[in-house]
Design a protein around this ligand. Structure first.
Ligand SMILES: [Zn+2]
Length: 238
């Protein structure tokens, strides 16, 4: 795949991580790719990402992978408070919830798949460490949002998607929902401060078809149990 290099000055050395262990997916939340790339390479904006993927599927490389790009802001995932140091940030062009959220184009998703596969293979990124910005900053962020095709990506080996089980096959969980969300990787402080925002982030990611109509407590709890169980099983076997 052809990549265009557009150097951004907005990066520094990774702190404590010598290589990435996570991928963070974003949408740009801006009207055009040009506008987004301009901002991510502007020294006064103090934001960047390693990659930008335009609606056309074109791929732009802004920061070297061994450097710490500035895309996640104040964030947390599975014990890590410096997600920028731990991750590769991929910005996918979409006007977002503010300017008219649209489906991601098939060409964009093709590039997301190609790039993610390459990064996963190179750094052995684990499926539970491939996340959305809203997963690592649920009190502030909605991206990449409920239209992002996490289930399709999982079928391509990017991230994971626990199979649905019919409700009668799942025993009611006695576990507290907050504990389940924490086991998945969400920030305990955010859960404590505003549990509903974390539930929304979880639904955008793992219950997108329910997101628009608001998932019931039972839906959320069952899905959270499945996702937490999947991660616990995967992490204890790796
Ligand atoms: Zn973002």
């Amino acid at each position: 795949m052809k990549m265009e290099w557009v150097a951004s000055p907005n990066f520094n050395d990774r702190i404590k991580f010598d290589k990435p262990t996570m991928i963070v997916m974003h949408y740009t939340g801006m009207k055009t790719a040009e506008e987004a790339i301009h901002r991510l390479a502007d020294p006064t904006s103090k934001v960047s990402a390693h990659y930008v993927i335009a609606e056309s599927g074109s791929l732009f490389h802004l920061v070297e992978e061994n450097m710490r790009a500035w895309h996640a802001g104040k964030s947390y995932w599975r014990g890590c408070h410096d997600v920028n140091s731990a991750s590769i940030g991929i910005e996918i062009c979409n006007p977002g919830h503010e300017f008219g959220y649209v489906d991601f184009s098939p060409q964009q998703m093709e590039t997301v798949i190609w790039l993610s596969k390459k990064i996963i293979a190179q750094y052995e990124i684990q499926p539970w460490n491939i996340v959305g910005h809203s997963d690592v900053a649920p009190l502030r962020k909605f991206d990449p949002g409920e239209r992002f095709g996490w289930e399709d990506l999982a079928h391509q080996g990017i991230g994971f998607w626990p199979a649905r089980t019919s409700p009668k096959n799942i025993k009611a969980s006695s576990e507290n929902l907050s504990e389940l969300l924490e086991k998945i990787g969400y920030d305990p402080a955010a859960i404590q401060q505003k549990q509903q925002a974390v539930i929304n982030a979880f639904c955008r990611r793992f219950l997108p078809e329910h997101f628009v109509n608001f998932a019931s407590d039972v839906d959320v709890r069952m899905r959270a149990q499945l996702v937490a169980d999947w991660i616990i099983k995967a992490t204890t076997h790796s």
